[in-house]
Design a protein around this ligand. Structure first.
Ligand code: HEC
Ligand SMILES: [Cu+2]
Length: 336
């Protein structure tokens, strides 16, 4: 006697499609890093143009498919007004829509150029494997160096000069502006205007090696007055602390040779091989947007940089005395 066979229900290949859609929705709703939640002129224009192209393209597609279906199923008779359709749909319609799009684009390009004529601030951003060097070029006096985080004033146009230190990277903060490639030996220019204060996440958008995925950063948009005080604070040179524990951290920094790759403003450390650490404790993250910023992650990073981000240009200092490591981490965390 044959056993009753279990019906083998065919599984639809797209049965997890809803997961994909839910993911898309989640990404779209995250205001920190999404082209769907624009903050400021550039990103808003990009979103607007995208919707026009997407909705317009979809409408044209549906219409053309309907015509094609008609052509397939119609029985021999002539299409009413065939000649007018060819001239109207084949010549007039593309000429009108493409001209309108072109006019819109010229207008947009002009507004972008106007925005770029009077930047309140110029920031040079250089992509390196796998971190970002940031140099504020200020109209009065000394430039100010930082890394892995860009602080800009809200409501003022900011000019970004983007470059590459080694291979091609791409600078992308979806909530603020479009992508801009960073090309060795070439300077690209991007002007942006952020409206609302807040923190926005950016990402390297051009594959640049093993740790490309851990090459992110934050853009902190501050109210204009807060930005000015931030600048003044940052310019203050760092001094050897009076607190004995923090002073031990300061000394450890130099006895382990950290200054051969890093700079801390006002101290003998002036190297630009690695990120500037002058205000590192005040930044949102460590390891180029990869880890939280607290004494623990500092210690983890120093002792195991190669474990946390294999192949990056900083060696793991896993031979460091525990007390030295704690003091060094506490000192770095205190640099705000
Ligand atoms: C050979 C060069 C080199 C030496 C020596 C070195 N570093 Fe680094 N360091 C780097 C580079 C390069 C990075 C960026 C790595 C990345 O994210 O890809 C980095 C990143 C860091 C960061 C994270 C910075 C940020 O903005 O995310 C800290 C903190 C740091 N180093 C501390 C130290 C300390 C403390 C020492 C000494 C014990 C040290 N480094 C020695 C090259 C070096
Ligand atoms: Cu990169």
């Amino acid at each position: 006697m044959a056993l009753p066979q279990r019906r083998n229900r065919r599984k639809h290949p797209l049965r997890f499609g809803w997961l994909f859609l839910a993911g898309l929705l989640l990404v779209a709703c995250d205001g920190r890093q999404s082209a769907f939640s624009p903050n400021g002129f550039n990103a808003r224009e990009i979103l607007f143009t995208s919707w026009v192209l997407f909705v317009g393209g979809a409408a044209i597609f549906v219409f053309v498919m309907a015509l094609a279906a008609y052509a397939v199923f119609a029985r021999g008779e002539r299409f009413p007004g065939a000649r007018a359709w060819v001239i109207g749909g084949g010549i007039l319609f593309p000429v009108v829509t493409l001209t309108a799009l072109q006019v819109h684009e010229f207008g947009l390009a002009r507004r972008l150029v106007t925005l770029g004529e009077t930047p309140a601030l110029t920031v040079e951003v250089t992509g390196n494997m796998w971190w970002w060097d940031v140099l504020y070029r200020l109209p009065d006096g000394e430039p100010l160096r930082s890394a892995n985080e860009i602080v800009i004033p809200a409501g003022r146009p900011v000019e970004l000069l983007v470059k590459a230190g080694d291979v091609i990277h791409s600078f992308w903060v979806p909530s603020l502006a479009g992508k801009m490639d960073m090309i060795p030996g070439h300077v690209n220019r991007l002007t942006l205007l952020a409206e609302k204060p807040g923190t926005y996440r950016g990402q390297c958008a051009e594959y640049c090696g093993a740790q490309h995925a851990l090459m992110a950063f934050e853009v902190v948009v501050e109210p204009a007055e807060r930005f000015d005080t931030w600048l003044t604070d940052q310019r203050r040179p760092v001094q050897r602390p009076l607190d004995a524990f923090l002073a031990r951290g300061y000394d450890t920094f130099f006895s382990y040779g950290c200054q051969s790759c890093h700079a801390v403003r006002g101290t003998p450390a002036v190297s630009t091989i690695g990120p500037d650490l002058s205000g590192v404790g005040g930044r949102q993250s460590l390891g180029a947007g990869s880890f939280g910023n607290n004494v623990g992650t500092f210690a983890g990073w120093i002792a195991s940089a190669q474990h946390l981000k294999p192949g990056n240009a900083m060696p793991s200092f896993n031979i460091m005395d525990g007390e030295d490591l704690r003091a060094l981490s506490a000192w770095l965390e205190s640099l705000k």
